[in-house]
Design a protein around this ligand. Structure first.
Ligand SMILES: [Mg+2]
Length: 251
């Protein structure tokens, strides 16, 4: 299916589903906003915030991100349901934050990596290392292409040594807690309810494959298990505007 066909195919699939009050799960970076070399620059514009508010008032909406709750709240505030750190933390908009118990169990492994931070940066110039609490990320934007393979090999070895998962993302690598992923988190929230899941990254593939009965939409190029594919965040917004237009604004 061509990407241009993607939007209308998704709309067609949604027409029947929207009557069943589906839960909407949206990734943030690369899905709602363009991916930024500087992760702190991925701000939400007014158009997006208005759209999210509209969707949130008419449907059960969740933002599902690899970011920490603090980081995502900096962009969209605290008025939305959030799954953070790829499923490790869940914060309903009117409820208590719950943290998966594995968080504490794996902190020592992440601390060990952060103790090596300077050494890793010396060995792989340009890499930006962030301790996200339940994961450590390595941004590749500042790195020479020729150094990336070396870093990948190093992190794969580290993942074996520390019993962590190695995730290659878009211009980013992460070491993560095994068994925690967006797919399990989404399944826990939706149970059997109909759902729409949209995302652009490898981490969203977990969401697609664990929830094969949902309407799943991959943003951008690359292999996917999603049922549909659209081009970029502009396409996603068109789909979201369509969804919002199908229900009267109850706010
Ligand atoms: Mg993304």
């Amino acid at each position: 299916m061509s990407m241009e066909a993607g939007i209308s195919e998704v709309k067609k699939a949604l027409t029947t589903l929207l009557n069943d009050n589906p839960i909407i799960f949206l990734d943030y970076d690369g899905t709602l906003v363009p991916i930024q070399p500087d992760a702190d620059a991925a701000t939400a514009d007014t158009e997006l915030l208005d759209l999210l508010k509209k969707l949130d008032s008419a449907y059960n909406l969740w933002i599902v991100t690899g970011r920490s709750l603090e980081s995502i709240s900096g962009f969209i505030g605290t008025d939305f349901n959030i799954v953070g750190l790829h499923g490790l933390v869940v914060r309903p908009k009117n409820g208590e934050t719950s943290v998966n118990p594995l968080f504490e169990q794996y902190r020592p492994a992440f601390s060990l990596i952060m103790e090596e931070e300077n050494e890793i940066r010396k060995r792989f110039p340009g890499v930006v290392i962030k301790d996200k609490g339940g994961a450590v990320s390595f941004s590749l934007w500042g790195m020479k292409e020729s150094d990336v393979r070396g870093l990948e090999k190093f992190l794969m070895d580290e993942s074996v040594r520390l019993k962590l998962d190695f995730y290659p993302g878009v211009k980013i690598y992460e070491l993560r807690i095994p068994g925690i992923n967006k797919g399990m988190a989404i399944q826990g929230i939706r149970k059997e309810r109909p759902a729409i899941i949209i995302g652009d990254d490898l981490t969203d593939e977990d969401a697609f494959s664990v929830n094969p009965d949902a309407i799943t939409v991959k943003v951008g190029t690359g292999d996917t298990k999603a049922h549909f594919r659209v081009k970029d965040f502009h396409s996603v917004r068109e789909i979201l505007r369509f969804i919002a237009s199908q229900k009267p604004d109850t706010s």
